[in-house]
Design a protein around this ligand. Structure first.
Ligand code: SAH
Length: 365
């Protein structure tokens, strides 16, 4: 498995691409289906083990394409069963993937970028800076590894690891298509969730090409606070974000938007905030995930007390908004929400761009 930038990586191809490749090489399309199935369904990357692929095609493939996957270089199991995998990419950058078992279910939390450029105030990934987008192969490769480790495909995938998936639109969409393919991981659309900080134009774009579940990192019920916590809000304020999310689920009455709301002590967790939130989400079929803030070194945020989180939750529930407090999993191995860091050579040099005035951080758009 040698990475070679000039050669196609088979893990970057969806079913149609695999068929086209095989036809280009002078063989029937169905061999492309078999090839795709060997790689994803059976986890086979050795051409010689692909017994129903003609020998001449195997040779042609060997001569033209590579099969290259991220490499698991560390495996951190946690006491609650959560496991964090550190994966190294061909260029030496590292990403993290988290496996969360829950009875019969198993969720894989997948990264979409090396680092993140979005600078959310309370997120450890943001501190790493940003290097690059992941390729389709690097995104799907995380699921490939999970399926090999588990002996079966995971039941759920959440695009909630490092990075902003809607800032890596094409690769994220193609990777999610492969996850849903019956010849690959067979995940139903409800079981693949894309989480975004709110890149509004790409929420509309996503609606055109995909029907995965949508989760949005809300974290604040008004623009003033959200501008501070999730700076992309300065570009796409709530008055644009909420209608985009509503539009995303509009053609299916059973669908809901999942809102993620990190509970920051004394910042966004009062009953007044809950009331604003109720007003904001009026008329939007919603599910709210309250996430206790997961601390990491180098910031002043604190976690809301369980009592405060419960009071907030009850207030929302009484208003008819389905709200759940997310169990914190894997925090002692730094695998919980917002704690994934990998190894990122920052290319944005953002510290030079952030202005600090009167003790407040000004993050340029
Ligand atoms: N960029 C996408 C995907 C990341 S999802 C997005 O923003 O949605 C990861 C989730 O964990 C997001 O909802 C994020 O806001 C949340 N999160 C980040 N830092 C956190 C922290 N320290 N504690 C709890 N949740 C956090």
């Amino acid at each position: 498995m040698i990475a070679n930038e000039t050669r196609t990586n088979l893990l970057d191809l969806d079913l149609a691409d695999c068929e086209a490749l095989v036809v280009d090489l002078g063989f029937k399309a169905f061999h492309g289906r078999n090839l795709f199935k060997w790689i994803h369904k059976h986890g086979v990357t050795d051409y010689d083990a692909m017994t129903d692929v003609p020998k001449r095609l195997r040779e042609a493939l060997r001569g033209t394409v590579d099969i290259y996957l991220p490499r698991i270089i560390a495996d951190h199991p946690s006491e609650d069963g959560t496991t964090k995998w550190v994966m190294e990419l061909a260029d030496g950058q590292r990403i993290e993937t988290v496996f969360i078992p829950e009875g019969k279910r198993s969720t894989i939390c997948v990264s979409s970028q090396v680092g993140c450029a979005l600078e959310c105030a309370f997120c450890a990934t943001a501190r790493q800076g940003f290097n690059r987008n992941l390729s389709v192969a690097e995104i799907v490769g995380q699921v490939w590894h999970a399926a090999r480790q588990l002996g079966t495909a995971p039941t759920n995938v959440v695009m909630m690891g490092m990075g902003e998936p809607l800032a890596n639109f094409e690769a994220a969409v193609k990777a999610m298509d492969i996850m849903q393919d019956d010849l690959a991981y067979m995940l139903a659309k409800q079981r693949v969730t894309l989480s975004t900080s709110g890149i509004v134009p790409n929420i509309y774009r996503l609606r055109e090409v995909s029907d995965v579940s949508l989760a949005v990192s809300l974290h604040a019920p008004n623009d003033e606070l959200r501008d501070q916590l999730v700076p992309i809000n300065r570009k796409y304020p709530l008055s644009e974000l909420i209608p985009a999310c509503k539009a995303y689920i509009a053609n299916d009455k059973r669908r809901k938007v999942t809102w993620e709301y990190v509970m920051l002590d004394g910042v966004n967790d009062s009953i007044a905030h809950a009331k604003q939130l109720i007003r904001l989400l009026e008329g939007v079929p919603s599910k709210l995930n309250l996430i206790p803030f997961n601390p990491f070194a180098g910031n002043d945020f604190g976690t809301s007390t369980p009592e405060r989180i419960e009071a907030f939750r009850v207030r929302l529930t009484r208003a008819g908004i389905f709200a759940m407090t997310r169990k914190t999993r894997g925090d002692e191995i730094s695998a919980a929400c917002g704690q994934l860091v990998g190894r990122v050579e920052d290319r944005t040099r953002r510290l030079g761009r952030i202005r600090v005035e009167d003790g407040r951080m000004e993050i340029p758009r």
